[in-house]
Design a protein around this ligand. Structure first.
Ligand code: EPZ
Length: 420
């Protein structure tokens, strides 16, 4: 087990590069199941979640290797169609193998994901999507068991915008007979990237990045070489770290258009932001202004940035209201931020953050990936020393984050810890 030991007070200065998008990789990797061959996915981040997805693909018979950030996936010998509970419980995105296995092999057995740190996260939209495409789906002792001789195109209207369900249905539909239209499709850049990956494989998809996606099923697809997009959540996390510490940083290898909602809020909070082709420069606010946010599907303010935003608002010169509309109880970071001296009250899915003069270092516990990020952000500015425990959560979604922050003059160390 490891913890981060952070001595607060250093302003962040300098340049930092953003890694490839975790949530794109986790969709691109299972898409390789749709056609036998050897795939190359560049700009793949070296993360625990990518390693978990690699292990899952290997249990199915694929061969996966990551050298630096270049990933190769060989799916010529896939011969198993079960995603076991041991892997799915570690990572909900494992359900992404359901669509491709059904489309290519006609059957799949995928464990239900189970809950996570912030409540149950249903998969009904994934299951209903497969059924609409003609699959026979049953639930057998905690597993989704799906069969289909040949999937048939259909119209699928999502009543909730779902990143995962949109991705899963797209991957199932590209080899189905006939036309599939997806209504209320997710617009997230990671889903657009998945669509572009599938088109490069030979799929016929229209409407990517719009709420209506149309897919003409084809008979077969082929392996590709693809460049992954930058991680917009890591981009936002680094920008907020620069803003809260009073520094001035330049984030490179990023996609500024993927973080427009956050940039607008950062400017409202008093930051100065300049953007280029693949970089963003941020000068921290002299005084952090209180700015309300409400999370919503892309291109709105991302739920995956809510915890980090609350951390920033703990030091604003007023009160701000943070409304979480995607996962109503995604506030496990709040009690830990309060241990650092923050003044936050949560009522249902709304957090009221009253700015305080300063935060004080303490020992705090990570509960999930983005909660950990908010604790690290707070530790960078808290007086004295902050210890963030259980940072395996952080390693799920941020590639060598302590090295990146050290490169920006943060005082942060990864230390062995027997504290659980
Ligand atoms: C993706 O999860 C991301 N994960 C999450 O990022 C992100 O928080 C989420 O999208 C929302 O943006 C990956 O891409 C691997 P959803 P996903 O289906 O696909 C409800 C991170 O930190 N819903 O868009 O699981 C659901 O409960 C992770 O990187 C159903 O009701 O999210 C939620 O309220 C955390 N039934 C809403 O839809 C379903 O079948 C959006 O969920 C599926 C979802």
């Amino acid at each position: 087990m490891y913890k981060f030991v952070i001595r607060g007070g250093n302003k962040l200065f300098g340049q930092v590069h953003v890694s490839g998008a975790k949530n794109a990789s986790l969709a691109l990797m299972p898409a390789c199941l749709l056609a036998p061959g050897t795939y190359t996915i560049r700009n793949t981040p070296d993360l625990r979640d990518v390693a978990t997805m690699s292990r899952l693909l290997e249990t199915l018979g694929a061969r996966v290797a990551l050298s630096g950030n270049e990933q190769t996936i060989d799916t010529k010998h896939v011969a198993n169609f079960e995603a076991p509970y041991e892997l799915v419980k570690k990572m909900r995105a494992s359900i992404y193998v359901l669509g491709p296995l059904l489309a290519r092999y006609g059957h799949a057995k995928v464990s239900l994901p189970g809950g996570c740190a912030w409540g149950p996260r249903p998969v009904n939209l994934h299951i209903e999507g497969m059924q609409k495409l003609g699959a026979d789906v049953t639930l057998e002792s905690g597993y989704i068991v799906a069969k289909a001789k040949k999937l048939k195109g259909a119209h699928i209207e999502f009543d909730v915008s779902s990143v995962g369900a949109t991705g899963n249905v797209m991957m199932a539909a590209v080899l189905a007979e006939g036309t599939t239209t997806i209504g209320n499709a997710a617009l997230e850049p990671e889903i657009v990237a998945l669509g572009e990956f599938l088109v490069k494989m030979g799929a016929q998809i229209q409407g990517l990045g719009t709420p209506t996606v149309t897919i003409e099923g084809v008979r077969e697809l082929h392996a590709v070489d693809f460049m992954n997009i930058p991680d917009r959540i890591e981009t936002g996390t680094l920008l907020i770290a620069g803003a809260i510490t009073g520094g001035s940083i330049r984030v490179i290898n990023c996609e500024p258009t993927h973080v427009s909602a956050l940039l607008a809020k950062l400017e409202r909070a008093g930051a100065q932001v300049i953007t280029g082709q693949n970089w963003i420069e941020l000068k921290a606010p002299v005084e952090i202004q209180p700015v309300d946010i409400s999370t919503s599907p892309y291109p709105g303010f991302p739920t995956d940035m809510q915890a980090q935003w609350i951390a920033l608002m703990t030091l604003s010169n007023g009160s701000s209201i943070v409304t979480e509309t995607i996962y109503f109880d995604r506030f496990k970071h709040v009690p830990e931020l309060v241990r650092l001296g923050a003044d936050i009250e949560v009522k249902e899915n709304v957090a009221i953050v009253k700015g305080v003069g300063s935060l004080k270092g303490a020992k705090v516990m990570s509960t999930d990936l983005r909660a950990s990020a908010s604790l690290i952000i707070a530790g960078l500015v808290a007086q004295g020393t902050t210890e963030v425990l259980r940072i395996y959560h952080m390693d799920r979604g941020y590639e060598r984050i302590e090295e990146k922050l050290k490169g920006l003059r943060a005082d942060i160390e990864r230390v062995q810890s027997d504290e659980f």
